[in-house]
Write a protein that binds this ligand. Structure first.
Ligand SMILES: C[S@@+](CC[C@H](N)C(=O)[O-])C[C@H]1O[C@@H](n2cnc3c(N)ncnc32)[C@H](O)[C@@H]1O
Length: 283
């Protein structure tokens, strides 16, 4: 399963979510993105060609080195610089109120604690900044929901995600405020995976923010110190990865993955045996 999770699943995602199928949705979701943008679950960079020129740079959070590799061409062809900055949306290596916007396309269904990911996104967005999202999830029709629940187990193994993610409730329970929501069945997709939640959610001012560190103890991050110059250079916060500065983008002049960031791609995440994770005893 390690080989499947590590190498084949990212290709499957890239194929299933290719531009031909999702291009129009990506256009809609990316409209209005501006400034420094956080993208969680960056995958193979399929949103890259859809970014408006108002985007200055993308800070990508993605655990799969294979997916990042598949996106190399799209990054090189794009005018928007990309910094691969971390590997887990549930614990973001950024100070509070760092980003002008955030982007999340078909990601929360595969994140073990999507509520934690949304809380992190809210924390690092500037007050009033917006998360642009599209997610598949819980359908409104009981018959479809039954299929979603029946297929969840196999879908976790094959696609690495659940089908009945209650996206609306997750957003409502998060520190974000939903400002736009379009819920619909996407034509052409199997119905169990076709119910989409597409929209925008805005961050509120919310400091200090309590987070859980690796030991489970509650921690409060101090407000980030303002550093003169180096707009992209975040203050060092103990226990957090350093955010790359433009000077780190040396390889192609714009798109590179800093050494420290490569270390973040801990392959253990991809080596998890899907059957173990699935916990067949529960089904
Ligand atoms: C279905 S793919 C979508 C990729 C991309 N957003 C797109 O629209 O093509 C979901 C992505 O989320 C990533 N992912 C899974 N768990 C994650 C986590 N905890 N934090 C950030 N990304 C995660 C996966 O590796 C995968 O690349």
């Amino acid at each position: 399963m390690g080989v499947y999770n590590k190498h084949l699943r990212p290709s499957l995602h890239t194929l299933a979510l290719s531009d031909r199928v999702t291009g129009a949705v990506r256009d809609r979701v990316c409209t209005g993105l501006t400034g420094d943008v956080l993208e969680i679950g960056y995958g193979s960079g399929l949103n890259q060609p859809h970014l408006p020129t108002s985007v200055k740079a993308v800070w990508a959070i993605e655990p799969s080195a294979t997916a990042l590799g598949l996106g190399e061409g799209r990054r090189s062809a794009s005018a928007v610089p990309v910094v691969v900055a971390g590997d887990d949306a549930q614990s973001l290596p950024f100070p509070d109120e760092r980003f002008d916007a955030a982007l999340c396309t078909w990601v929360l269904c595969g994140v073990p604690d999507p509520g934690a990911a949304l809380a992190e996104v809210a924390r690092v967005l500037k007050p009033g900044a917006t998360l642009h999202f599209v997610e598949h999830g819980l359908a409104p029709d009981p018959a479809v929901v039954r299929w979603q629940r029946r297929s969840n187990a196999i879908n976790r193994v094959v696609a690495g995600c659940v089908l009945d993610n209650d996206v609306r409730s997750l957003l409502d329970a998060s520190p974000l405020t939903v400002t736009e929501m379009n819920e619909h069945y996407e034509k052409g997709a199997p119905k169990a995976a076709a119910f989409m939640y597409e929209g925008r959610a805005t961050a509120r001012r919310q400091r200090p923010v309590a987070r859980r560190d690796g030991t489970g103890a509650a921690v409060v991050h101090p407000a980030p110190a303002v550093r003169p110059g180096g707009r992209h250079l975040a203050p060092e916060i103990p226990g957090m990865a350093r955010i790359a500065a433009p000077e780190d983008l040396t390889r192609s002049g714009r798109h590179t993955e800093p050494e420290w960031s490569r270390e973040l791609h801990d392959p253990r995440r991809d080596e998890v045996d899907a059957f173990d994770w699935l916990g067949f005893a529960q089904y």
